[in-house]
Design a protein around this ligand. Sequence first.
Ligand code: NAD
Ligand SMILES: O=C(O)C(=O)C[C@@H](O)[C@H](O)[C@H](O)COP(=O)(O)O
Ligand code: ZN
Length: 364
Amino acid sequence: MIIDVALGDRSYPIHIRPGLLGDAAAVLAPLARGQRLVVVTDETVATHHLATLAAGLPGIRLEPIVLPPGEATKDWAHLQLVVERLLDLGVERSDAVVALGGGVIGDLVGFACSMLKRGCRFVQVPTTLLSHVDSSVGGKTAINAAAGKNLVGAFYQPVAVLIDPAVLATLPRRELMAGYAEVAKYGLINDAGFFAWCEANGAAVLAGDSDAQIHAIAHSCRAKAAVVAADERETDDVRALLNLGHTFGHAFEAETGFSSRLLHGEAVALGMVLAHRLSARLGLCPEGDAARVTAHLAGLGFATEARDLGLDCSAARLVDHMKHDKKMSAGRLAFILTRGIGRSFVSRDVELAEVEAFLAGELA
Ligand SMILES: NC(=O)c1ccc[n+]([C@@H]2O[C@H](COP(=O)([O-])OP(=O)(O)OC[C@H]3O[C@@H](n4cnc5c(N)ncnc54)[C@H](O)[C@@H]3O)[C@@H](O)[C@H]2O)c1
Ligand SMILES: O=C(O)C(=O)C[C@@H](O)[C@H](O)[C@H](O)COP(=O)(O)O
Ligand SMILES: [Zn+2]
């Protein structure tokens, strides 16, 4: 199956097929200059999947750059390391660098490629559910800064995305769940029917049912491709909806130091619950819808109570993290709220004092 991301002369295909990782020559061989491809990956992904990629590319020499796994790798030091290695390897602008891994590798490598010689091509070969359904598509690339999540980055599109759902067989359940949060997000944003599908099939996705996983991936990629085509640079209050739950989520991630204590998807799951509860408190969303979101995610094993994170911090401190949100403008935060399941919208009417009072209640 191929889904197109329609962006004029920067359009690209998302290929989705079980077994694609070991059979990628048709897409990747034409991108290999001098029969060589540079692949940036992490240690865990290299162990599980690098040999499969290589086996499907006979006659092509892979030059792997292997980084430590985890969110901490999305930092200045590893950005510099990747850029310097790409320069040492003589990567040219017209070369295509392969980002093989989860969202950390995709975000970091995409950003490195955006600046290498003012831009070389890159291919996303995502290996987590989160990167299949979200991070590999749309061209948001970034690293984290001391001040917060994804604060240094660029919009820079890949030339192709290759998704092999079979690689999810080696992904730990906790990581599968983290990706599932971003799947459910598409339903909560603007597709109540898809949220109902998630309620019926979420457990199957997490149990490894390949039909359910492929449906979740394809539906999510189509939804994301449509949003990105409509508002690539998040200027029209369309793409910003993909940030549902992220203003809370990124604050929790910052507070836990971008560590494995709290994964991005786990933070987003809790953040989406809180966005629904805050919307209900503001009289915008039926309490029943907020309860339904909590019930679905809690039923699958997500933490849905901020107080259960064991954070040793005040609501004011979390709001301080939120002040670094990229959706801040003229001192006001654009917050993704909702009128109910599938009815999210961008609000600029939320007072940070109101958010702080709400969070104080959630942490108590
Ligand atoms: N650019 C975007 O639009 C976008 C969207 C959503 C999230 N993100 C970013 O993505 C990052 C999270 O991505 P992630 O959840 O993929 O995390 P990740 O890249 O850290 O991968 C999760 C873990 O799974 C391991 N792994 C990857 N594939 C595997 C496989 N097939 N089998 C076994 N282990 C495997 C990795 O080594 C890592 O330890 C965050 O930094 C987040 O901010 C970006
Ligand atoms: O692609 C987007 O747009 C998103 O917002 C997707 C999010 O899931 C993702 O976490 C993104 O990196 C967050 O973007 P940011 O601009 O808040 O850093
Ligand atoms: Zn996200």
